[in-house]
Design a protein around this ligand. Structure first.
Ligand SMILES: *Cc1c(COP(=O)(O)O)cnc(C)c1O
Length: 366
């Protein structure tokens, strides 16, 4: 097939970039909002657009205050450090969590925080009895457990949603032991849409939350930390320490406001597109995919199994070089696809056709 083999005469935008929901380009509406944003010095606390974003996000999350930061990594680092300011503090978190795997071990190298990891189940949760057992007794020789972190949706577990019931139980456990609960909610809006539960309810048991404006919501830059007024005061000081105090940052917050107001409603389409991918992939002979794991905007599938024996790296390279469809190998056997609002249903059908072609080409013995 050729890239121009388009039946309906619609214009397709290439490449079809399925690496992540971080790859969206700012929309026209965002660019206009950025150009028109009213700004001032936010380190001096006087940027009106930043103030507007922080107030609106705090309201949506049902908490007292919020703080705009440059990235999700900084949002999580700051959150953990606020609770673990005393050296020898320990955080309980999933062994496959973003904080533990993808953030350079910053809570340890920068914050001196000790990690107690618990195995993540395939649904992104941690067994509650294992969390309970991991809480240290107050003995001279143990680190001091201060915090539990959850991740919702859980990226490495396929973008699966963590339920209100589970979150509430972990919150209850934390309370019983005088611990805090932080949610890495980089994609919490995806969970909210998929579960049909307002974000405020999903995070009610948490003391703090971080949310990415630049994932599925499509803003070019930034995350927001949400929590109590006292927590945010401490977070603001740490943000400055880490070099994250920004001046006329309202230009970025203006785009994030558009993301929040306009793009949350588009996440459902993304989830439908992901399911369409899962359906299509499940019909390709040899591809292994667990359709039930596709709850939000991520799809993981296996091409390196015994039947196909295709190297994910080779698959990904061929798909990109020959068809302009960009994916990411996610393990020695699997591929990850993430959809976002700049991927249309037509793109999904096109990508599926291309994937079929590539598998035909690379399949061992053909
Ligand atoms: C992307 C992501 C982060 C970090 O965000 P950056 O802005 O890339 O630093 C944190 N947690 C999860 C679950 C993420 O997917």
């Amino acid at each position: 097939m050729t890239i121009d083999g388009e039946g309906e005469g619609g214009k397709r935008s290439y490449p079809v970039d399925l690496r992540s929901d971080t790859v969206t380009k700012p929309s026209k509406e965002m660019r206009v909002a950025m150009a028109d944003a009213e700004v001032d010095d936010d380190v001096l606390g006087q940027d009106p657009t930043t103030h507007l974003l922080e107030t609106e996000v705090a309201r949506v999350f049902g908490k007292e205050a919020a703080l705009f930061v440059p990235s999700g990594t900084m949002a999580n680092l700051i959150s953990v450090l606020v609770y673990c300011e005393v050296r020898g503090s320990e955080v309980i978190l999933g062994d496959d969590s973003h904080i533990h795997v993808y953030e350079n071990g910053g809570i340890s190298t920068i914050g001196g925080v000790h990690s107690k990891t618990i195995r993540n189940s395939s649904d992104g949760t941690m067994d509650i009895s294992l969390i309970r057992e991991a809480i240290r007794p107050r003995e001279l020789y143990y680190p001091t457990t201060k915090l539990i972190c959850l991740e919702n949706t859980h990226a490495n577990c396929g973008g699966r949603c963590i339920s209100v019931e589970y979150t509430d139980s972990v919150g209850e456990l934390a309370k019983q032991h005088g611990l805090k609960l932080h949610i890495d909610g980089a994609r919490i809006f995806n969970a909210s849409v998929a579960l049909g539960v307002p974000v405020e309810r999903l995070v009610r048991a948490a003391d703090s939350v971080s949310v990415c404006m630049s994932k599925g919501l499509g803003a070019p830059v930034g995350s927001v930390i949400i929590g109590s007024a006292c927590f945010i005061t401490k977070a603001k000081r740490l943000r400055k320490t880490l070099g994250g105090g920004m001046r006329q940052v309202g230009v970025l917050c203006a785009a994030a406001l558009v993301a929040l107001r306009v793009n949350v409603s588009k996440l459902e389409d993304d989830h439908n597109h992901a399911k369409l991918f899962a359906d299509g992939l499940s019909k390709i002979e040899g591809v292994v995919i667990d359709k039930s794991s596709v709850q939000t905007n991520m799809v993981f599938f296996d091409v390196g199994n015994d039947k196909l024996g295709i190297s994910p790296k080779k698959f990904s390279r061929t798909l990109e070089d020959d068809y302009g469809v960009i994916t990411m190998p996610s393990s020695s056997t699997s591929i990850r696809i993430v959809v976002h609002y700049q991927i249309s249903e037509k793109d999904v059908h096109y990508a599926l056709e291309c994937i079929k072609e590539v598998i035909k080409k690379l399949r061992v013995g053909i």
